[in-house]
Design a protein around this ligand. Structure first.
Ligand code: PEP
Ligand code: MN
Length: 341
């Protein structure tokens, strides 16, 4: 349920509505908008009676949310959510471009690629310190050491760090370094991790699970928002299908569907989506054409030496070629690329 109040409603009236919600064993969520103030309600909805709220001072409208997910739904918040990190805005008209290697491999490797990316104006650096790998014998990441290197890059180059959390135990360590905490495909339904991430004041990048429906993804995001963290970016990264000629099947259909159903920003990871470096660019272009708010792309200075996902990583040169094309494409879908390429 959603309570709509005027923008100039006195604080006292807002607090009374919130108290009423709490007295019904539900949780109020204040959602500021440009034309109305909304108070979303989660919890046992059969405790709630529309009339109780309609009789209260300053309440203009009471709306029932029909979707299973509430706080992430567009019914709850029709306007796009824009997440601010430093000077960057995610979900607005500027395309968010996150780039970097699959894993942190060494201080030298990280600084080399970060420097190359910074030079072309990229501010979001991705790189995993804790890697969820299919095989226990594959490189598992540098863990704490990797976080240390990420922290050094953050301080020296002023980049925004996007890095993955693999479990609840290491979440506090990652919180210290990351500006955006990535929850990977394999953890999309790790509900205790989602709940803990929901209690943090840090942006969460939630990737779609390997065999998750759009609704599953939105329900997982709801776990995070329901705990009070509204800064969630969703990421389409390909799903498992019967097709084996590509690593995954990038579900381009999902982009406009997710955008229609939620106000949260949606980005696409075409690197994991297709799994072949020479096909990453067309899929990145297609993603933007479909309405993505941004892209996350694996870039490595020496892909042939990469300890993970080298075969799907672009060199900085090829990545730059893609950015030049994206800059031309973006205005067609009312987006902008503000990079010096
Ligand atoms: C990654 O981004 O490197 C990664 C492991 O992604 P996913 O969770 O989508 O497989
Ligand atoms: Mn990877």
């Amino acid at each position: 349920m959603l309570i709509l109040m005027g923008l100039n409603t006195p604080r006292e009236d807002i607090e009374k509505v919130k108290q009423k919600i709490i007295s019904k064993n539900c949780t109020p969520h204040e959602i500021p908008g440009s034309s109305k103030l909304a108070i979303g309600i989660t919890g046992p909805s059969n405790n709630l009676n529309e009339e109780d709220f309609l009789l209260m001072e300053s309440v203009e409208e009471v709306v029932r949310i029909t979707k299973q997910y509430k706080l992430v739904s567009r019914e709850m918040k029709p306007e796009d959510t824009i997440i601010n990190i430093g000077k960057e805005k995610i979900g607005g008209e500027e395309l968010t471009i996150i780039a970097g290697p699959c894993s942190v491999e060494s201080r030298e490797q990280l600084f080399e690629v970060a420097g190359q990316l910074k030079e072309i104006g990229i501010n979001f650096l991705r790189a995993g310190a804790y890697k969820p790998r299919t095989s226990p014998y594959s490189f598992q990441g540098l863990k704490e050491k990797g976080l240390e290197f990420l922290n050094e890059v953050k301080k020296e180059l002023g980049m925004i760090i996007v890095t993955e959390v693999k479990d609840t135990q290491t979440l506090p360590l990652i919180f210290e370094v990351a500006d955006v905490i990535q929850i990977g495909a394999r953890n999309m339904q790790n509900f205790s991790l989602l709940e803990q991430a929901g209690r943090l004041s840090k942006t969460i990048l939630l990737k779609r699970g390997l065999a998750a429906t759009v609704e599953d993804l939105l329900m997982s995001a709801e776990y995070i928002l329901s705990q009070g963290n509204y800064n969630v970016i969703l990421c389409e990264r390909g799903i498992r299908t019967f097709e084996t000629s590509t690593r995954n099947t990038l579900d381009l259909n999902a982009i406009p569907v997710i955008k229609k159903n939620t106000h949260l920003p949606v980005i696409v990871d075409p690197s994991h989506g297709i799994g072949m470096w020479d096909k990453v660019s067309p899929m990145a272009m297609a993603s933007v054409a479909c309405g993505a708010d941004g892209l996350m792309i694996e870039v490595h200075s020496h892909p042939e030496q990469a300890l993970s996902d080298g075969f799907q990583s672009l060199t900085p040169e090829n990545f730059k070629k893609l950015l030049i094309k994206l800059k031309q494409l973006a205005p067609v879908v009312d987006k902008k690329v503000k990079l010096n390429v």
